[in-house]
Ligand binder design. Structure first.
Ligand code: CP
Length: 313
């Protein structure tokens, strides 16, 4: 592929290729000297039109560790504020010959649109409610390392499913790898018609978490709720916040995940989030750097390969 826009177009073999290379980058990142040269001579531009801590920092570190020249556009200080469109901004940067463009945007589909207008490889760092492919890949790597496999696992994704690009990308990836995925949350935060996609839907945490291997919690994404139903935090924590009592329904060795940013006392109890025997939240962050290194390395190999001879399709 020329771009990484979503999990939807990826074949399971491509997912495995990215994760296998990311495993190698985990080892590199744990060395005192963390430098590789897979992106040497290439220019990476990060354009974040929405707030980010993990994704922005890890894409920047990933590029720098592999030798790219990395530029972070301060979108708040850009000419977007003077009325320049997303596409004109992208075309302007494209004229400076970047090789990799990393884009986060609040509108679903904006990154796909932008990718059609530029010559470089585009990586989707999260677009609206649509996809967050590198998040799903880092989650997959975390699960594979913790559980020793990435198939035939029972995985519960819990909370605000309807506003979540993380849930969507994970649902697609985990399904492609033949896991059994359950969605758990209030009906008001569940996409309509989701049951038709062969996924099990639960309203009750005790039932939804029964005997699962992985519990993935999600934040209430108020910024995308458009003035619709917003639950009270107290009521939500009581019914859907992950605490020791609710986690006891999962398998005794079930892992707890959260993509961050995390709201303690809303969707997750702080003690559970910090429990090093159950929570892999910090491992997820670590895997994020390695997965982004692997994704950019593979796209760069494709940039350099003769036409139609990409490393992954
Ligand atoms: N998980 C995630 O995308 O976090 P950030 O919004 O901090 O990048």
């Amino acid at each position: 592929a020329r771009h990484l826009l979503g999990i939807e177009p990826l074949h399971p073999v491509e997912i495995t290729t990215i994760l296998d290379l990311a495993d190698k980058y985990v080892d590199l990142n744990r060395q005192p000297n963390k430098h590789g040269d897979a992106l040497r001579g290439l220019t990476q531009i990060n354009m974040f039109f929405e707030n980010s801590t993990r994704t922005q920092a890890s894409f920047e570190l990933a590029g720098k560790r592999l030798g790219a020249d990395v530029m972070n556009m301060a979108m708040q200080a850009s000419s977007i504020k003077k009325g320049e469109t997303l596409i004109d901004t992208a075309l302007t940067l494209n004229a400076m010959h970047p090789d990799l463009l990393v884009v986060r945007h609040p509108h679903s589909g904006a990154v796909d649109l932008l990718a059609q207008k530029v010559n470089c490889a585009v990586l989707n760092a999260g677009d609206g409610k649509h996809e967050h492919p590198t998040q799903a890949l880092l989650d997959a790597l975390t699960i594979r390392r913790a559980k020793g496999r990435l198939h035939r696992l029972n995985i519960a994704i819990c909370g605000d499913i309807s506003h979540s690009r993380v849930a969507r990308s994970n649902l697609i990836l985990l399904g492609k790898m033949e896991n059994r995925v359950r969605l758990v949350g209030p009906p008001t935060l569940m996409p309509s018609g989701i049951g038709e996609f062969g996924v099990e839907v639960y309203e009750d945490m005790a039932e939804g978490l029964k005997d699962v291997d992985v519990v993935m919690m999600l934040r209430l994404q108020r910024e995308r709720m458009d003035g619709g139903f917003i639950p009270s935090e107290r009521e939500y924590y009581h019914r859907y916040g992950l605490d020791a009592e609710k986690l006891a329904h999962a398998k005794p060795d079930a892992i707890v995940m959260h993509p961050g940013p995390m709201n303690r006392g809303v969707e997750i109890d702080g003690d559970i989030a910090d429990d090093i025997n159950r929570s892999v939240i910090q491992e997820q962050v670590e895997m994020g750097v390695a997965v982004r290194m692997a994704a950019m390395d593979l796209l760069a190999r494709n940039l350099r390969a003769p036409k139609d001879e990409g490393v992954y399709v």
